[in-house]
Write a protein that binds this ligand. Structure first.
Ligand code: 5AD
Ligand code: SF4
Length: 444
């Protein structure tokens, strides 16, 4: 039986950066409530699982994991399921895994302290009814895991309802924080020594300042003006809401990173319409032309889905031709998987899995050759990287460029570098997924 005076928790996180950052806030909140984080289930009194349900049989994986944990119940441990699977499956989790005490979706984390009191008293607690909330989950005690790059959520939820996507059902409606509170958090991070800020949102550029003071582009600029901040990133952007003013902001401020992640999902107008993506191929290409005509070399990355219900071979080929046309620096590619509650469930998911796999392989092969070609343009260039760590087996330092590329490099005379510092590196070799180089001089 864990010692109740020493309240300990173990938290495992799955999924996107939003989930990773939610976990940082959950950890901060738990610590504020007197809990101590431990690194193994064995040591913990409270075991939490922050789940993702974006693709595949995520629910099943969660239940499998929970049944692994069943053996610990006899030791008096308390179990909680957080995040998207919690929101999606709700109280069914108690039926399938009766030893679970807490089931809470991301929109309810503000109420975690009250829920903790309930479960500590031996009761069950749920946080499932908050998706229509106007509030965001802002915490004073966010326990950030990276000491140099600080995530800040500026907008939660999603109102877009793309036909395949479970997010609007699990994360609830779109709600933005005031730009004043975002800037206050960014200043606080800068005071703590953070030099990189990453603004987060399911659709970060759909941001609407509740005070009406700043547009998203103005907020980016304002974060970039904070003393000590050297890099500003933002993800994920939705093409429909991607304005030219974002490119103008990047152009006018070198602190805003040379990178835009702009998911296209498909290159076919018919499929885009069936996906309810709210833009056409041409409208998307227009946004790409704004980015590509900037004076700085801005890298563009995307997300793609193959095998959406009804996608013909021809339509798939339109996606392939789009890749050639745009020349992405990286792409996250997925096979369509039907998700609970989503409108696409009404469509016949008739494309066999082998065919989806084939399309995925063709797509990945094409994108790989595009990246091989595109990364060559960096050869001989000197570029600033943030030092992220060291690869001891190779004796190389790991850096990240403004374009978000991994650049592994050697330092002169085996110099020891500080993680989080910025140095200039000359690129000597390129691979499809990374670059290699030599440090030329230390920067700021
Ligand atoms: N099937 C496959 N991919 C999906 N994504 C979201 N929902 C699904 C789904 N049901 C992908 C999209 C999105 C990324 C985060 O995950 O490409 O941009
Ligand atoms: Fe999902 Fe579409 Fe919202 Fe992105 S914009 S979270 S893909 S519904």
């Amino acid at each position: 039986m864990p010692d109740t005076a020493d309240k300990t928790f173990y938290l495992e996180t799955f999924g996107c950066q939003m989930n990773v950052h939610d976990s940082e806030k959950v950890v901060g909140t738990l610590m504020q409530q007197g809990y101590r984080q431990v690194q193994t289930v064995e040591e913990a009194g409270l075991v939490l699982y922050n789940t993702c349900s974006i693709r595949d049989k995520a629910e099943q994986k969660v239940f499998n994991r929970l049944s692994d944990y069943k053996k610990y119940k006899a030791q008096g441990k308390i179990f909680g399921v957080l995040g998207c699977v919690a929101q999606q499956e709700g109280k069914r989790i108690f039926e399938r895994a009766p030893y679970v005490s807490l089931v809470a979706g991301s929109a309810s984390y503000r109420n975690l302290p009250a829920m903790l009191v309930q479960i500590e008293a031996g009761n069950r607690a749920t946080g499932l009814d908050d998706r229509e909330t106007e509030d965001c989950f802002e915490t004073e005690y966010t326990a950030r895991t990276n000491p140099h790059r600080g995530y800040i959520t500026i907008i939660e939820g999603c109102d877009k309802f793309c036909a395949y996507c479970v997010v609007p059902f699990t994360r609830g409606k779109e709600r933005s924080r005031t730009s004043a509170s975002v800037l206050a958090e960014a200043r606080q991070l800068s005071n703590l020594g953070y030099t990189e800020i990453q603004l987060l949102g399911q659709n970060v550029n759909s941001y609407r300042d509740p005070d009406g003071k700043r547009s998203f582009a103005e907020l980016l600029t304002a974060v970039g003006e904070i003393h000590g901040i050297q890099r500003v990133r933002f993800t994920t952007s939705h093409p429909r809401d991607f304005g030219r003013d974002i490119v103008d902001a990047i152009e006018s401020s070198p602190v805003l990173c040379d990178h835009v992640h702009l998911p296209i999902q498909s290159g076919s107008d018919r499929v885009l319409d069936a996906m309810q993506r709210l833009y056409t191929r041409d409208e998307y290409l227009e946004r790409i032309s704004w980015i590509q005509s900037a004076k700085r070399d801005i890298s563009i990355t995307t997300d793609l889905i193959v095998g959406f219900p009804g996608e013909t071979e021809r339509e798939f080929e339109e996606t392939l031709s789009l890749l050639d046309l745009i020349g992405y620096d990286s792409a996250f590619t997925f096979k369509y998987s039907p998700r609970p509650n989503t409108p696409a469930l009404r469509l016949d998911d008739a494309i066999p899995d082998e065919e989806k796999s084939r399309r995925l392989a063709v797509l990945n092969e094409k994108q790989r050759s595009i990246q091989t070609h595109r990364n060559k343009r960096h050869l001989g260039q000197s570029t600033k990287v943030m030092v992220e760590g060291k690869n001891p087996s190779r004796g190389q330092w790991i850096g990240r460029t403004s374009q978000i590329k991994v650049l592994n490099f050697t330092a002169p005379d085996g110099a020891e570098l500080k993680t989080g510092s910025y140095v200039d590196v000359r690129v000597t070799t390129s691979f499809p997924n990374s670059l290699v180089g030599e440090m030329v001089e230390t920067g700021g």
